[in-house]
Design a protein around this ligand. Structure first.
Ligand code: TRP
Length: 459
């Protein structure tokens, strides 16, 4: 594949670079922090099976839709819709929706990633040495309620993200993901092998929990949570994959790439479960730990096992890398929008929006300390951080994904769609199947979730 510049636009230097960058976007806190704990809460088994179905039947087709729009227009979301549907068209709002989602998601994602940086540093200085489990889990509460620490880590994480995006698509994003992603797979594989062979491993119990279908623990709410998470984990619904697709040349096989990216993302989510649950079960802990699972339980576990300090460093390095390659994609959507729409340079777009995202994130960083926007919770029932984390994955992404599926399936000229899907693909025969899922299955499934969430239907 050549790296020539089409229409003056920068392109990926290699297919592997693109796949690793897109996989890097998909694989993040969603896989390692969130998936294990929602699997725990939903009793594993059927929940996991249903999640896999959602990824295959809804996520994969929508990812392809984003690649198709991005590559055919060679533009970021707003510019893409204005090119396809016309400058005056309301479809442009789908693009703006994506940019706003990018601001919102990155602003609080960076705060969680900041916790990961904090734990990485703690592991390096062995901060849990000689502490009791209560003291160790208390560390998280101290961190959560410390405004200054949260701001510091949030700032540092945003600065790193901005620094990488500043260097551009090939030199920044692609080069970093090419290093970070293989490292991440390596660390995960190592931790998995460790789990299998460590003396008091709960590996068999964990495998049963994650993979054996148990009808009694499966609920309709769990089914819908699985669908929503499929969006978040694959970075769909706000134009991140659309933007990455816009840096693709026409001879790239988008169908094959989408399969590989989806497969890698799913593998990491399942691997993360098979790393975390054996250690949990091996130490007699329950899987229903909620969102604190990674930050509260893992350090306790690491402090109990020989060589735990090294494992802790590896684990939190992995979590930080995963978060970083996802954050890059969120920042890139926002940056490329202002580059394409306003003609700003990459430097101007990234510095200005990165600073804005840092500022928008301040109330999230201070949510635990309760010092800023303290009345927010009284008004909305959730603190600022939780409100953002609720709004974006549960509403903005599914709505964005739904609209993109409708646009591609029902509005975009059919000939253009077919050409774009098939261009450079050895898997062109899948076109009718994809068309069916993007017209019917994916939008209907998302509609079901949204109606359920508004309470219009009650399963
Ligand atoms: N997919 C990432 C995760 O699982 C998060 C993420 C990155 C994302 N970019 C996105 C989510 C764009 C939605 C849209 O952690």
């Amino acid at each position: 594949m050549n790296a020539k510049v089409l229409n003056g636009r920068e392109h990926w230097a290699s297919r592997l670079g693109f796949i690793l960058a897109a996989a890097g976007s998909a694989i993040g806190l969603g896989n390692i922090w969130k998936f294990p704990y929602i699997t725990g809460e939903n009793g594993g088994g059927l929940f996991v099976l249903f999640y896999l179905l959602c990824v295959l039947l809804v996520g994969l087709p929508i990812m392809l839709a984003e690649f198709v729009i991005g590559r055919s227009t060679q533009s970021s979301p707003v510019a893409a819709f204005s090119e396809l549907a016309g400058e005056q068209s309301a479809w442009k709002l789908v693009g703006w929706f994506g940019v706003i989602s990018g601001f919102i998601i990155l602003s609080y994602y960076s705060v969680v990633a900041g916790w990961s940086l904090n734990y990485l540093l703690m592991s390096i200085v062995d901060a849990t040495a000689g502490k009791s489990p209560q003291e160790i889990s208390g560390i998280f509460d101290k961190l959560y309620t410390s405004g200054s620490l949260n701001i510091f880590w949030h700032f540092l994480f945003m600065a790193i993200t901005v620094g990488i995006v500043l260097s551009g698509v090939k030199e920044g994003i692609e080069r970093w993901c090419r290093t970070l992603m293989p490292l991440l797979f390596l660390i995960l594989a190592f931790l998995l092998v460790y789990g299998v062979f460590s003396p008091n491993s709960g590996f068999i119990k964990a495998a049963k929990f994650v993979f054996a279908p148990k009808i009694e623990t499966f609920t309709s709410a769990g089914a819908l949570e699985a669908l929503g998470h499929a969006f978040f984990t694959l970075s769909l619904g706000m134009g991140a994959m659309l933007t990455y697709g816009s840096y693709l040349p026409k001879n790239e096989d988008v169908v094959k790439s989408a399969f590989i990216i989806t497969f890698l993302d799913t593998m990491v989510a399942l691997l993360a479960c098979m790393v975390i649950f054996p250690i949990l079960f091996g130490h007699g802990m329950e899987p229903q730990q909620g969102p604190g699972l990674v930050f509260k339980a893992m350090p306790i576990i690491f402090s109990n096992i020989p060589g735990g300090m090294i494992l802790a460093i590896l684990f939190f390095a992995l979590l930080t890398f995963a978060a970083l390659s996802s954050a890059i994609s969120l920042q890139e959507v926002v940056s490329s929008n202002f580059m394409d729409r306003k003609g700003w340079t990459r430097k101007k777009a990234t510095l200005i929006t990165g600073t804005a995202i840092f500022i928008i994130g301040i109330p999230s960083a201070l949510a635990g300390s309760g010092s800023l926007l303290a009345q927010w919770k009284d008004i909305f029932g959730k603190n600022f951080f939780d409100t953002m984390d609720y709004l974006a994955p549960n509403w903005l992404l599914p709505m964005g994904g739904f609209l993109m599926a409708v646009y591609v399936g029902w509005i975009m000229p059919r000939k253009k769609l077919e050409d774009e899907f098939k261009s450079g693909s050895k898997w062109a025969a899948l076109y009718p199947l994809w068309l069916f899922s993007i017209k019917f299955i994916a939008p209907l499934a998302v509609l079901l979730v949204l109606l359920y969430k508004t309470g219009i239907i009650n399963l």
